[in-house]
Design a protein around this ligand. Structure first.
Ligand SMILES: NC(=O)c1ccc[n+]([C@@H]2O[C@H](COP(=O)([O-])OP(=O)(O)OC[C@H]3O[C@@H](n4cnc5c(N)ncnc54)[C@H](OP(=O)(O)O)[C@@H]3O)[C@@H](O)[C@H]2O)c1
Length: 250
């Protein structure tokens, strides 16, 4: 049985991959969790069932397409109704693909900006009063490519750059009641679209630690930020040193 005092976390896009690991570790740390998904209903429901077997009434799922403005507001309303409180919002859902300038479309723009920055912004707006009531936290999943262009991904990079600035701006605006931070992953899980082995090797060569990170590295950073009451407005790169760039010769 969960008590009313047990903190609650909402993680968007958390049926699979990094979001799923964040949900699992938050649950392990004692949180009640809300698993948001769009298309991955089976994964989301299986995850919730397995967590509820470990602790009854500790996990719920909500479906919403973050490109639909009304659905974003409904997601916020439903999330608040789940456990009647909210302590943590993690904006993790994202679309990611190449958009070379020559073939980029308005639909690409709306999709990449919608999922990576517009929906996170309006979720923050809708959920800020509830988060403030519990001195809550927002964590935005940014990307090291918010600051370093990724070839042929200009719209994605611009959207993540906006999310980075949103993190800093809202950290000011929502202080002192809500802390807002970001995590900028490097290569953690390869994108779901196929990546050629040669491209993977080229990326690994740019990483000082010479390997990809793990979903646990990201979830551990989420827990670190939640347990760090004097950190706000920061973006932590979890990238094996990749954002350092190549060493310069003297
Ligand atoms: N993986 C990495 O190495 C890496 C590197 C840099 C940054 N990041 C960032 O870290 C976060 C997690 O990465 P990831 O690779 O685990 O993400 P992902 O698998 O690419 O996407 C996570 C989820 O986002 C949801 N999503 C996408 N568009 C949506 C929409 N319109 N409405 C609602 N949900 C939508 C999808 O949910 P459904 O499946 O339910 O449709 C998807 O499962 C992302 O913000 C990503 O940009 C990851």
């Amino acid at each position: 049985m969960q008590s009313f005092d047990t903190p609650v976390a909402l993680v968007t896009g958390s049926a699979k991959r990094l979001g799923r690991q964040i949900i699992s570790q938050l649950h392990q740390a004692g949180y009640r969790v809300i698993i948001h998904y769009n298309q991955s209903a089976t994964d989301a429901n299986n995850l919730a069932s397995s967590l509820n077997q470990q602790r009854p009434d500790s996990a719920l799922t909500i479906q919403a397409n973050l490109l639909d403005d009304r659905a974003v507001q409904l997601l916020a309303n439903k999330a608040l109704a789940c456990f009647n409180r909210l302590d943590v919002l993690i904006n993790n859902a994202s679309s990611f693909y190449a958009t070379p300038l020559s073939s980029a479309t308005l639909t690409n723009w709306d999709d990449l900006f919608g999922s990576n920055v517009k929906a996170p912004y309006f979720l923050c707006k809708a959920l800020a009063p509830a988060l403030a009531a519990n001195k809550g936290c927002i964590i935005n999943m940014v990307d090291i490519h918010a600051q370093q262009p990724l070839q042929d991904h200009s719209i994605y990079c611009m959207a993540k750059a906006a999310l980075l600035m949103m993190t800093k701006s809202l950290a000011r605006e929502l202080a002192p009641t809500i802390r807002v931070n970001g995590i900028a992953p490097g290569a953690i899980l390869w994108p779901s679209q196929q990546l050629a082995e040669a491209d993977k090797t080229a990326i690994l060569q740019q990483i000082p630690l010479q390997r990809t990170g793990t979903p646990e590295d990201i979830a551990n950073t989420v827990l670190f930020l939640l347990q760090s009451p004097y950190i706000s407005g920061q973006i932590i790169a979890v990238d094996g040193g990749r954002s350092l760039g190549a060493a310069q010769k003297a």
